[in-house]
Design a protein around this ligand. Sequence first.
Ligand code: SF4
Length: 188
Amino acid sequence: MNRYDYRYEDYAVNLPTEVYISGFRDTQRFLEYCKQCKNYGAVWACPPFEHDTTEELKKYSNVIIIATKIIPEIKNLPLSEANHLLRPERLRIERKLRDIEKENEGKSFAFAGDCLYCPDGRCSRMEGRACVHPELVRPSLEAYGFDLEKTASELFGFPILWSRNKSIPEYLTLISGFFHNSGNLIFK
Ligand code: SF4
């Protein structure tokens, strides 16, 4: 049972990979942001990556981008409580993405932030060992240089809201995606 009541709304947009890359990706800019995060180089889902991410994305002709609004029933909850809303939704969406992967060849993108799958929060990357749960972990779209504020406003027509006065805004936003070579996909 969740600590706080909330509702969620999922939205999805299909578009060609080259359109999403040309209109919404700025690898250098977002890499600089990533370098300021404690997870940079410390968590397997985060940069720097050992492979060429552009070549990897170009293997796929299409992408479905999913935006999820999480709307708490109680207004102005403290920001420190945000994980009680985000975590169950991250798990729900990541399960769905893995279901899509089973039916379509492709690559899923989940969420920035702490990895959900090692209980003590300490990634094996810090010890130079391989990821313990590669079957569960997916990188975020930000980690591959995509602009999620622009994605939300231009593909979905609503802004990502940020906290003011250390309170959770009217809604939280999660943006995920799946690159593939299938036709248009439905996220449900
Ligand atoms: S599952 Fe564990 S080893 Fe893999 S990225 Fe997450 S924290 Fe690191």
